[in-house]
Design a protein around this ligand. Sequence first.
Ligand SMILES: O=C(O)[C@H](O)COP(=O)(O)O
Length: 307
Amino acid sequence: MSALIADSVDPTLKERLEKLGIKVDYRPGISREELVKIINRYSILVFRGRLKIDREIIDAGRSLKILARYGVGLDNVDVEYAVKRGISVVSAPNSPTRSVAELTIALIFSVARRVTLFDRKVKAGEWPKGKYIGMELAGKTLGIVGFGRIGKAVAQLARGLDMKILASDVIDVAKEVEKVGGRQVPLEDLLRESDVVSIHVPLTPQTYRLLDAERLSLLRDGAILVNTSRGEVIDHEALLRHIDRLWGVGLDVLPEEPPKSPYLKQLIEHEKVVVTPHVGSETYEAMKRLADELAMNLEEVISRLGL
Ligand SMILES: O=C(O)[C@H](O)COP(=O)(O)O
């Protein structure tokens, strides 16, 4: 069997696959055009969120048996079509949790205390002491939209900061939320009642623009909004219209990565916005766990399929 790793991954993944007798080619950053040309040589494709794994790629992969997502989000994969073609899809959904939760807290602090703004100004020779007074998090209400693995991990960290917890989800998670001292509420109530709102939902047709113009208008004046899930869950043009009345926004994800549209550039250049380039799971610890979890899941599928 042969595998193509199309994105940068922890080096232990290649070693683990080779131990299973798989011939591995490591081509991080390979272009889509090149991938379409050579994918027919491989039975396993390992990838991240950069490339859209659509019908064109799946059809070109005539020997493909397994699509292996080094990560959690499968929104860039036409899973239905792959399965129809008899291709298994595996991922590593548990590994990024803690790292994404920690980045979420980092973004909340950065926005609340203007960390990156101060950093830029001091490096530019200014000393803006007394110019931007911060917001303390203790006692504030954190609204967590989507109480899955990551939402739960964020709640646990926020509890240590003495924040009050609200959560919304499409399923009944009331008992889970109560375990961290919080309360499940409808999304609209959460948006109205939270000082900090953090989004932790997968991108699906149901969550596309979950925070549309109408819901964004429910956010309190002076609220913080943080998104480490997928950019497409927020209407950023509408967000730009609200930015002046909010305390600030922290974004690890954007609907265009990297951003190109003028409205998006205008938003991220705003001094109330802190932005990182989709690095939620990019820690040494999470990358190593991703390699272990994905290799384990691949091994299981390989033996189940008798490959
Ligand atoms: O879905 C994920 O695993 C994260 O968003 C990370 O995506 P990436 O592997 O494209 O960085």
